[in-house]
Design a protein. Structure first.
Length: 275
């Protein structure tokens, strides 16, 4: 995140916003800047990619499904916009630790133990590590002691739209993002790679709520896509994973998506029309 902070300082904050006597490296200034940047970034990613997905990918026929709520899209957006600032508070604390040099993020490819190969391997490692972490955190949030208090709001949306992607209780939203933030404190990771992966995971989160169930046949039972996550919203105890089905299969929570078996939401709507 220091790359974004440095760019903001250089091009906007130092010349136009902060007093000349307030140094860029001062902790309070960094915290304030990170809070603003994090919230603006989250809103931009959510609204931009959520809107693109909603209008160009999401099948609006799904809004005719009996479990699609009245005014659902507006409610999803409202809930997300209220939650994101609160999610950003602990997130900013972790970004601040990164900026202050406590993580294992590095600037130059030469700093990678294995050069470009190390960068590529770290991307794979990041995906598998975070997928594992999110699986267990997500599954824990379904425990009866936590579900009603923190995770139930996200399950209001049985037939989700892309705007449901960030419509979490703040504690739920932060807990499921925690593996992304923990990774660079445990493993070396290039700063630009981390920034790219951070954008990717937000876009992926939107994509698994977009109602587009198309996945290459060879990957249908490997990649945790929208079809898998739709069944998670519909049937509750299945498909907790984020990108892959690996941990659901290990943990006994994998369910072959109903959309792949002719029993998904679109099939239900088709049968309703035929009656």
């Amino acid at each position: 995140m220091d790359l974004v902070l440095d760019a903001a300082d250089r091009h906007l904050l130092t010349p136009y916003v902060y007093p000349a006597g307030w140094p860029e490296g001062e902790p309070c200034r960094q915290l304030l800047s990170l809070f603003v940047i994090t919230n603006l970034g989250a809103l931009t990613l959510y609204l931009l990619f959520g809107t693109l997905s909603y209008y160009f990918i999401f099948d609006h026929e799904l809004k005719k499904h009996p479990q699609f709520l009245e005014n659902q899209v507006r409610r999803e957006i409202t809930y997300a916009l209220r939650s994101l600032p609160w999610i950003s508070v602990p997130t900013v604390a972790l970004f601040f630790a990164e900026v202050r040099g406590y993580s294992k993020l590095y600037d130059n490819i030469e700093d990678s133990p294995y050069g470009w190969l190390g960068v590529f391997l770290s991307m794979l490692s990041f995906l598998f590590f975070t997928d594992m972490g999110i699986y267990w955190i997500h599954r824990a949030l379904h425990h009866k002691l936590l579900y009603k208090r923190f995770h139930k709001p996200h399950h209001l949306w049985k037939i989700a739209t892309p705007f449901a992607s960030h419509a979490f209780h703040p504690v739920d939203g932060f807990m499921q993002s925690l593996p992304y933030h923990i990774y660079p404190f445990l493993f070396p990771l290039h700063k630009v790679t981390y920034l790219g992966l951070y954008i990717f995971v937000n876009v992926w989160t939107i994509s698994i709520h977009d109602g587009d169930y198309r996945v290459p046949r060879l990957l249908q039972h490997i990649i945790n896509g929208s079809a898998h996550h739709t069944d998670h919203h519909l049937y509750f105890d299945y498909n907790y994973g984020q990108y892959f089905t690996l941990w659901d299969k290990i943990g006994g929570s994998y369910k072959s998506p109903t959309a792949f078996e002719g029993k998904g939401p679109h099939d239900y709507l088709r049968k309703l029309r035929e009656k």
